[in-house]
Design a protein around this ligand. Structure first.
Ligand SMILES: CC(C)(COP(=O)(O)OP(=O)(O)OC[C@H]1O[C@@H](n2cnc3c(N)ncnc32)[C@H](O)[C@@H]1OP(=O)(O)O)[C@@H](O)C(=O)NCCC(=O)NCCS
Length: 161
């Protein structure tokens, strides 16, 4: 098995959206902040932001196929989001990819702070964030509605670079 972590390209976002849509359809990504599948128009818009470097994109590949991605939206601070193909979870890939992303973003001297918001029940994401050195900075109560209609608390995790 060939495994690689690398910076993403705009076209990777389109490829990755297909995996994400599968997880949304199978309801194995209940804490992703979209309950509807991504359209081609959504992903083209996303790819454009990557091209313009408003978003930096990082991916993990298995046998030359993108199976995981982290997006980093650049503003005053950097807001991160991630997901991995449901068939490749629980093998340490999320942890490896997030640590790699932190190392890469640290090279950009003007960036001072990484942030992500994670639903309090999303144990796997909390685990990988802590392993990559993120600390819990706060809690937003009833800030996230999952498609079962229930509201969940959101934890804000931060990492100073
Ligand atoms: C979050 C996600 C990226 C993690 O990726 P991953 O490659 O499975 O992560 P890792 O294998 O590196 O680590 C996950 C850890 O969480 C653990 N875990 C998974 N589900 C868990 C649960 N329900 N309760 C407790 N621990 C859990 C795993 O056992 C593993 O811990 P271990 O290494 O001690 O065994 C992946 O689960 C995912 O894509 N989820 C859906 C999308 C999502 O939630 N995105 C985040 C939005 S903020």
């Amino acid at each position: 098995m060939k495994f690689e972590l690398r910076h993403g390209r705009p076209e990777d976002a389109i490829e990755f959206a297909k995996l994400l849509n599968k997880s949304i359809k199978n309801k194995t990504a209940p804490f992703i902040n979209t309950n509807r599948p991504l359209t081609l128009k959504d992903t083209k818009k996303y790819a454009k932001s990557i091209r313009k470097r408003e978003i930096l994109y990082f991916v993990a590949e298995v046998d030359n196929k993108v199976i995981a991605a982290v997006s980093a939206r650049l503003a005053h601070n950097v807001s991160l989001g991630w997901a991995i193909d449901e068939n490749h979870r629980g093998k340490g890939i999320g942890t490896k990819l997030l640590k790699y992303v932190c190392t890469e973003l640290k090279k950009i001297k003007r960036l001072k702070r990484l942030e992500c918001s994670i639903v309090s029940e999303n144990k796997a994401s909390i685990k990988i964030a802590k392993r990559a050195g993120f600390k819990r900075a706060g809690i937003l109560k009833n800030a996230f509605k999952v498609d079962n209609g229930r509201y969940h608390n959101l934890y804000i995790f931060e990492k100073l670079l």
